[in-house]
Design a protein around this ligand. Structure first.
Ligand SMILES: [Zn+2]
Length: 308
């Protein structure tokens, strides 16, 4: 069974007209998951993460300052491409809160896996800085919660967004019981993600892909690098930064992936979870900026998760 976590307020975060991380992204994902074939999804409303939960991975002063700078009306620019509207603080807390609720549901055995249809995305958010459309690092907030509350000892975070998850890598790097593994276009935004970045505990695995690489190179990176590393690590919980901007139709990058590649990687990662942790997977939406490609790719991902 799969539980879908979301919240309408995640659709009210608005970085401004013409910004690719637009409210319609959430709408098209939820519309796709409202089709009859997804009737078996159990749907739950996310609750906002607390300051205590956020500050497990973010600096307290930064969290306070960011929330205080949410505008009453209009916009607040926090980075060259990261903008907040009045609903952005609540949306970011709900995105992180969805990760926490999904971790709780999976760790309590209520479901094998869960998908969080949320925005803003999170994987670029550093401990002390919002960047790259991301305010709080939701997947890391979820991982820290799994560790602190459920006593999970080995947590793997796999990131197949087309961009490297620099923030998640920073947070995982100093934590010996986390493994961060990523495929991403390289060199590309945000500039990190070289194979030489291996984490303080040899717990970072970067498998960079070149512009124009497609399904064959993507699958080889998993088969040859990431899945063997996950099998050595033996996670007790697998978390996914599920970005679908590696799709060939995506306007922000130039990988050549198709829906079927996202279905394939989901199935391959479920194999890892089945071998090591009873199938426990918590997946969070990150990027994906072509609305049709995003909807179809997220649907392909969740279709496979539901077959657990
Ligand atoms: Zn991305």
């Amino acid at each position: 069974m799969t539980i879908l976590f979301s919240h309408p307020t995640c659709g009210f975060h608005n970085p401004g007209l013409g910004h690719p991380e637009k409210p319609e992204r959430l709408e098209v994902v939820l519309n796709a998951l409202n089709q009859p074939e997804f009737a078996g999804l159990k749907r739950r409303m996310a609750k906002p993460a607390t300051a205590e939960q956020i500050t497990r991975v973010h600096d307290a002063g930064h969290v306070l300052a960011l929330l205080e700078s949410v505008p009453k009306d209009g916009f607040t620019r926090v980075d060259a491409d990261t903008v907040m509207s009045p609903a952005s603080g609540d949306a970011a807390l709900l995105a992180a809160g969805a990760a926490i609720a999904a971790v709780d549901a999976v760790m309590k055995g209520e479901t094998a896996n869960a998908f969080c249809a949320v925005r803003p995305p999170g994987h670029h958010a550093e401990p002390d800085r919002a960047m790259g459309f991301c305010l709080f690092n939701s997947v890391a907030v979820g991982a820290a919660h799994a560790e602190a509350v459920h006593g999970v000892k080995r947590i793997a975070i796999v990131d197949f967004d087309v961009h490297h998850g620099n923030g998640t890598q920073t947070m995982a790097s100093g934590r010996a019981n986390w493994l961060y593994a990523s495929t991403h276009q390289y060199p590309y935004y945000p500039g990190t993600g070289s194979v030489r970045e291996r984490g303080e505990y040899d717990n970072v695995v970067n498998a960079p892909l070149a512009a124009r690489d497609g399904g064959a190179e993507f699958r080889a990176a998993y088969n040859e690098v990431i899945i063997p590393a996950l099998d050595r690590f033996r996670p007790e919980l697998l978390m996914l930064s599920a970005g679908f901007d590696g799709h060939f139709r995506d306007p922000l990058a130039t990988l050549m992936l198709e829906e079927d590649d996202f279905a394939w990687v989901t199935e391959a990662l479920m194999g890892v979870a089945n071998r090591h942790c009873g199938g426990r997977i918590v997946s969070l939406l990150e990027g994906g900026y072509d609305l049709n490609a995003l909807a179809a790719s997220a649907a392909a991902h969740v279709r496979v998760l539901m077959a657990a």
